[in-house]
Design a protein around this ligand. Structure first.
Ligand SMILES: Nc1ncnc2c1ncn2[C@@H]1O[C@H](COP(=O)(O)OP(=O)(O)OP(=O)(O)O)[C@@H](O)[C@H]1O
Length: 300
């Protein structure tokens, strides 16, 4: 598989501290590639650099054969970017927003119905509606259309499904799958861990550093499979949480669902069970769990 993005020693300084340091990885053609990390891990900074809006302070990325640092003008038409807060003119209608961006991108308006045609069809019924009257999901569809109407081979999205309901999310992902099938390379940055299964591969960022790159199963195999457990109880979860957290062999401990705590242990479960038994005689169920991305991120 050929790579379309080759990131080499990439770094970005904000004031005195590094928001990104020494990133190295490749993204292949037609991947849906995830950039995953906690808030503040550097996802937006990386998206802004890859979309040519910001320049790196160290290193470079070669995108479709062009240097990000030295040839960003040639790169701009090849990249679509859907930022966390898309630039949509609320007072303008859907079609006015589309025409405005078409003019800026020097795209012939006659060709618009053939560009990302399925999405165009979906938006057509709202053509004369001011953007401010659109639902969240339809507004995000408009934002996606605006960022792809110049048919970029690379599309970057930052937290694109945040705040959307499950139906709008699925809709957006269907649109992205269609773009991928037509050859677009998609890079999706987000902190919603439910989305990770949609990525062909992902890079995990932690405080601006690249922690790991791989498929989800590859990343999860780095976790100690026999040391991840859920603890369920029908009562006083905050007190149970405090007790569990006090166990010296805990690597990670977090609230998983309303009445379930999830843990990653540094030691065998027997020691943990013995510790727990000293505090609570009954009503607590400890079960082995299948590793998930949250276990990985919270163990960092
Ligand atoms: N313009 C800026 N000036 C100074 N510091 C900045 C600037 N932009 C980002 N930072 C800092 O850089 C780090 C990375 O921020 P960034 O927004 O890239 O992270 P993120 O993973 O996208 O977070 P979030 O998910 O909250 O948007 C943070 O510590 C942030 O405070």
């Amino acid at each position: 598989m050929s790579n379309v993005i080759d990131i080499v020693n990439l770094g970005k300084r904000h004031r005195r501290s590094f928001a990104l340091s020494d990133l190295n990885f490749q993204i292949n053609r037609s991947e849906i590639f995830g950039i995953v990390g906690a808030d503040g891990s550097g996802k937006t900074t990386l998206c802004r650099i890859l979309s040519t809006l910001d320049k790196p302070d160290t290193g470079d990325a070669v995108i479709l054969g062009y240097s990000l640092k030295n040839q960003f003008q040639q790169l701009r038409p090849l990249i679509g970017y859907l930022p966390e807060k898309p630039a949509i003119y609320n007072e303008l209608t859907v079609i006015e927003n589309i025409y405005l961006v078409a003019d800026l991108r020097k795209v012939d308006k006659q060709t618009l119905p053939n560009r990302n045609s399925e999405l165009y069809k979906q938006l057509k019924e709202f053509a004369s509606l001011p953007a401010q009257e659109l639902s969240g999901g339809t507004k995000q569809k408009l934002a996606l259309y605006l960022s792809t109407l110049h048919n970029p081979p690379i599309l970057l999205l930052d937290e694109a499904t945040t705040g959307l309901d499950i139906i709008s999310r699925d809709d957006l992902w269907n649109n992205l799958s269609e773009l991928q099938a037509s050859g677009t390379t998609i890079i999706y940055a987000g902190s919603d861990f439910e989305e990770v299964e949609r990525f062909s591969r992902l890079a995990v960022l932690n405080k601006g550093k690249m922690q790991i790159v791989g498929t989800l199963p590859e990343i999860l195999t780095t976790l100690p499979d026999n040391r991840i457990f859920t603890i369920e109880s029908s009562e006083n979860i905050p007190e149970l949480f405090r007790i569990v957290k006090g166990f010296p062999g805990i690597s990670t401990c977090y609230l998983w669902k309303e009445n379930t705590i999830r843990i990653v242990l540094k030691c065998g479960v027997e020691k943990f069970n013995a510790y727990l038994y000293d505090f609570l005689k009954e009503g607590v169920v400890v079960s082995k769990a299948t590793p998930c991305i949250e276990d990985f991120l919270l163990t960092l």
